[in-house]
Design a protein around this ligand. Sequence first.
Ligand code: APR
Ligand code: PHB
Length: 395
Amino acid sequence: MRTQVAIVGAGPSGLLLSQILAKHGVESVIVENRSQDYVLARIRAGVIEHGAVDVLTDYGVGERLHREGMRHDGVYLQWPGERRRIDFVESCGHSVWVYGQTEITKDLIATREADGQQIFWSVSDTAIVGADTDSPRVTFVDADGNAQSIEADYVAGCDGFHGVSRPTIPESVRSVRERIYPYAWLGILAEVAPSTDELIYALHPDGFAMHSMRSESVSRLYLQVEPDDDIANWSDDRIWDGLSTRMALDGWSLQSGPTLEKSITPMRSFVSAPLRWGRLFLAGDASHIVPPTGAKGLNLAIADVKRLGSALAAKYADGSDELLDRYSDDALERVWQSTHFSWWMTSMLHMPPPADPDRDFLLQMQLTQLKHVTTSKAAATMLAENYTGSVLPYP
Ligand code: APR
Ligand code: PHB
């Protein structure tokens, strides 16, 4: 088989890249090791920066987002006894949209399939061969057990943190910067109307809690837990009690409802650079991971593939290598900005582990930071620019 761009991974990065390429008349083939049903059922984050909404809209996959997504013009930051709103529009002139990653994936798959995109689902043994030569290949075993090989001009590694693309780049070429946080998020999806008009991020001595949403009848909530905690330790009652205690505020109450899904996710910051090796380009979670506080993971993936898609389109349109040569450096600027913001939000809002001797001191620093960011116009603007993604121009 031969194509222009072989894409490894059918998450948001791989699917959106194929959509962008197709709009520029560039052919691609996608290989994905999970089934389509599995990919469609995965529940992840749900806050989209305005620039990411523009990319989805410009490339023809924003129709349902605009119909069903919810625009949010602000956010609540909370600590015991206080809940204060930061108004994004007032602070920086932009908003965000709440629309689940699962829905974006669904829209992308429907559009790609209607377009006749070739996607190999449920493959195994994916390998990238000859990435540092002029004739790279992606080899794999398809769902029927047949060995396959795709020859391509370029390979896009969009296969997430556990994929094969990043490890294809020799260790001697890569540098990894990483931080593993001493806590995790327990997330639930619940069949209940949101108890709030905006997302709530709350710091409490028992740990962080947050209230997000997916629709008028479905809420998404999170609790800080120990990194090695087991979901079996958390009955629904214990989860709702924890959420109610940590987000308590006079005159407000949290509505509970049936839990549709619950899971624990570890938290890390991770950046592997460069994002290019020969004809292999990494995008999204394949090269960087952020902790979920601030919801930057999906947004970074969208920014990466917009940049990569435009660079490949320019190469095919006029033979220019300029954007491809700059891809890694240019993309990493936004990656580091979002890595800094999500590290900062995480540090401000999570309780250090009980064994940390600086815990009391750090809690005072966190409370002081929260008061400052919700009082000072300059500090609120810093948060709003980062949260909405307007801090750096969109590619
Ligand atoms: N061969 C083929 N496909 C693979 C392989 C492999 N060896 N390894 C992983 N994959 C697939 C995964 O099954 C997954 O569907 O690559 C896809 C990667 O998708 P994501 O993990 O969703 O990563 P990405 O598309 O970059 O999206 C980033 O996902 O984790 C969130 O917070 C993150 O929202 C962000 C978004
Ligand atoms: C979510 O809705 O899942 C969500 C929202 C904001 C975050 C993280 C997750 O910071």
